[in-house]
Every structure is written in C-alpha cells, then in structure tokens.
Design a protein around this ligand. Structure first.
Ligand code: F0G
Length: 461
C-alpha cells in the first residue's frame, strides 16, 4: 500500500479549545507579540516544539507504575543505565532532567578557568542549538558553526544537509589548536533545518577531532531520526537496522548529551554519557550540586522508566517511517503551493524560509517573528522563530547582525496530531502566503541578556 498510516491506535485524547481571530489578536497583544508568552490552551495546533510534547505509549505508562523512587541505587536507574549503555556503548551514564542540564555540566567541567588560554576557548560544531550555544558562551568560550555550504541555502536539496564542513573543521582545529574544548555534532541538525548528518561525516569529524586530541561529542536528541535517514539515504546502510546504525553513530563519539524529550519519547529527562572516567567523576560531582544524586539526576524513578521504554520504542522502523513521512507530507503540500521552505523536510519539523516568504521585511524587523505571529492570528497555529530574534545581535555601531537564515519552524510533536491536523496547518500556511504582502515588520521593545527569544516583547512598526 502507498499510504503510510500511523502505526498506533489512540487510547486517550485531550480536547482542543477552538478560538477565533479577534480573541487571538487580543491574546497575542497581551503576550507582547511573543508566542512563547501565550497560554497553550489558547493555541489550536501547537507546533512550538517537538520537545517534551510526545504522546507516551501504553507501555510507557505501564513502565511508570514500576518506577522505583529510592534516593540511591534505584532499580529504575539500573534499567535506564542498561538501556543507554546498550544503545550508546558509553560506560558512564549520568541522568539529568533535560538536555541543557547535560550541556551545562559538560561545558563547566571542560572549562579550565585558571588556564592562561581560557579566554580563547572555542567549540566547533555543525550548528550549535540555542541552549548549547548559550551554555558555551556562559563559560566565556566561543561557539563556531561550520555547516556545509548547502546547509545554508533553504531550497537546495542535499541528502545530508546537516553535515559539518570538514575543510573548515580542520582549519578551525589548526587555527585554535590547544583551545578547542570539543567538536560537537548535532544530529539531526536542529537549527539548520532538522537535517541529518551522514555516517561518513560523523566518522570523518571524529577522526579529525581525535587527531587533534579534542573531545568529540554528539548532541543526540534526535539520534533515531538521524539513523533512519542514514538507513534510507546513505549507500551501504539499507540492510542495517536503525538500532545498529545508531550504535555505530555513537561508537565514533567520546561523549553524548541527550535530551530524552525528543527521541526519548518522554515528557522530561535526558542524560550525559561518556567513557572518560575523570570527566565522568567531575560531572557527577557537579550533578550532585545541581541535579541530584547520580542515580536519579533530577528525575523521578518513573521518569527514568519512561525514558528507558521510550528509547526501546523510538528505533521501531514502522514508527520512524510514519514519523518522517508525516513531516515530509506537510512539506510536500507547502512546496506544491510554492511556499519557500527548507528542502528536503527535516526529521522533526518543517522550516519555512521567512526571508523568502517576506522579502519586503528586513532581518532587523524580524520577518520570522512576523510570519510565526501571523500563522497564530490566522489559524491558531503556533510555530517558533529561528532567526534574528533567536540568534541576532546588535554590534558596537548599533547595527543588526542576523544569522544566515530567517526561519519559522513548525515542529511536529511525536504521535500527537493526525493527518487532518496537518492538512489544517498546510491550509493556514497557504492562506497566509497568499496575502504575505500585507504583513509588516516588528520592533523589539524588551530583551533579556541570554536566550532573549523566550521573553522578548515586540511592537508593530
Ligand atoms: N540540543 C538540541 C539539538 C535541542 O534541540 C535541544 C532542545 C537541546 C539541545 C536542549 O534540550 O530542551 O531538553 O534542555 N530543543 C528544544 C526545541 C527546546 O524546541 O528544539 P532541552
């Protein structure tokens, strides 16, 4: 059969509150024209993120009932540790409440504040996610994004648009020599369009990092989607299982930071896993200060159970086929209407090219935010801006410096929405596209020093 169906039945539902444009206009005004500041009940289709928004399976809910809530040495921790070890091959498995806690711990232990070169510390990656970059910059280090050139051209198709540029990586490793704290590959590359990284690229980046004595880290939030793309697209992997491919991906890394809120199919949780015992000890010491004892790390035993079961389910290939196809289905509909977007579709989201959608609005007037807001006003659909609001800065002269792309991400929560929900989203985007010339820019009236997109407020120009 050509139709790929959701490989699950729905057992429990959550009602959606319907709203109309006048109410949404008032609500968005009150939220300072920032979609993060809306109440979720005021959103019809919530595509803000695929993080922590998955529907859990009956098996996960069952696993939750056997959560062992002991402070130290809980059975649920051992179950979790075993599952993460099987998948990643790493010896030391450190649970955390979510991905950024793993980042905070890892970058703090890699920071050497008393070394003479600490001010020159750098990290090199394909594209650092916002929390990754913020946690790096918080230690005083710099994060350089080195995507392949194709990764920066939305309409250009490439099977592995998430790859790191190996020539620039090698040059960066030479230029910064002793000061590179780690090379980080984000799979899939979220800020670059949810695009996969090939096994060949992972292997080559790992070899380069090792030859310079630098730690090689995978940010593995969406490892299963990445492994599925490798199976489908990279020569030599068609006959391997997604689980085997994932194991091979991890085998090239020295450490991984993982937000189990994505491909862990859990609503909370994550881990840092690694092989170096000294780094593991330093990480655990810090974990005790910030997250909790090493056998629960900011999570309840039941959460550890949900993640362990989620990691087993996410490599199911019927699930992944449905997952990747349901995102591609939305992209196909939009591409059919000539809406500018990143092609091919990402693993977890469709990324609208707001720069191409609204060419009359300059980056300094936040075209991505304008577009995201209009999708909400028009149809109650909430996406997220990934552009000048999230990554833009003002230089010494007061001029706006934007990132290479102005995007709006429509992230699809796992196992949550049906095909008719996705049809509705496509209709909303196409209708907004038809009247795009009417849209006007925004001015930012408040911003916080870090991760400003979460709390910024705006005014229409
Ligand atoms: N790394 C990547 C690639 C991510 O996408 C995220 C989170 C994190 C790290 C941090 O994980 O949220 O569990 O602390 N991404 C979410 C998103 C928030 O919407 O893409 P976290």
């Amino acid at each position: 059969m050509k139709t790929i169906i959701e490989p699950f039945r729905i057992k429990s539902v959550e009602p959606i509150r319907m709203t109309e444009r006048p109410e949404r206009t008032k609500l968005l005004e009150e939220a300072g024209l920032n979609l993060f500041l809306l109440n979720a009940d005021d959103v019809i289709i919530d595509l803000l993120t695929d993080s922590g928004t998955s529907s859990m399976s009956a098996m996960q809910w069952a696993a939750i009932m056997k959560g062992d809530e002991s402070y130290a040495g809980s059975r649920s921790y051992h179950e979790f540790e075993q599952e993460v070890r099987n998948l990643t091959g790493f010896e030391f498995v450190i649970p955390v409440h979510q991905g950024r806690a793993a980042e905070k711990i890892l970058f703090t232990v890699l920071d050497r504040p008393n070394s003479p070169n600490s001010a020159n510390a750098v990290y090199l990656g394909n594209t650092h996610f916002d929390t990754t970059r913020a946690n790096i910059e918080f230690t005083g280090a710099k994060a350089f994004d080195l995507p392949i050139p194709e990764g920066l051209v939305p309409a250009k198709r490439h099977p592995f648009k998430g790859n790191i540029d190996l020539v620039r990586l090698e040059a960066g490793l030479k230029e910064h020599s002793d000061n590179v704290r780690a090379v980080i590959l984000t799979v899939t590359n979220n800020s670059g369009g949810g695009q996969p990284v090939s096994m060949a690229n992972i292997r080559a980046a790992s070899e380069l990092a090792k030859s310079h004595g630098v730690l090689f880290v995978l940010d593995s939030c969406r490892f299963a989607e990445n492994a599925y793309f490798i199976q489908q697209r990279e020569p030599g992997f068609a006959d391997k299982s997604v689980f085997e491919i994932a194991q091979e991906m991890f085998s090239y890394a020295d450490a991984t930071t993982m937000s189990a809120k994505k491909d862990g199919l859990a609503n909370i949780g994550g881990f840092l896993a690694l092989n170096n015992s000294e780094l593991a000890m330093a990480s655990r010491n810090l974990l005790i200060l910030t997250e909790g004892f090493p056998t629960y790390g900011g999570l309840a035993g039941r959460d550890l159970e949900a993640v362990a079961q989620g990691l087993r389910e996410v490599v199911d290939e019927d699930y992944l086929r449905y997952r990747v196809r349901s995102v591609e289905y939305l992209a196909d509909k939009l591409e059919g209407g000539e809406v500018p977007l990143i092609l091919p579709a990402g693993g977890h989201a469709v990324y609208l090219d707001a720069g191409g959608f609204l060419p009359h609005i300059p980056p300094s007037q936040f075209p991505g935010q304008v577009l995201a807001n209009e999708l909400y006003l028009h149809g109650g659909v909430r996406g997220v801006e990934i552009g000048s609001v999230m990554f833009g800065k003002t230089d010494e002269t007061g001029a706006h410096v934007g990132p290479p792309m102005e995007l709006v991400r429509l992230a699809i929560p796992r196992r949550v929405y049906t095909q008719s929900h996705v049809d509705f989203v496509a209709e909303v985007v196409l209708e907004v596209f038809a009247r795009r010339e009417e849209l006007r820019g925004l001015e930012m009236t408040y911003q916080a020093p870090y991760l400003r997109h979460f709390t910024a407020r705006f005014r229409s120009i």
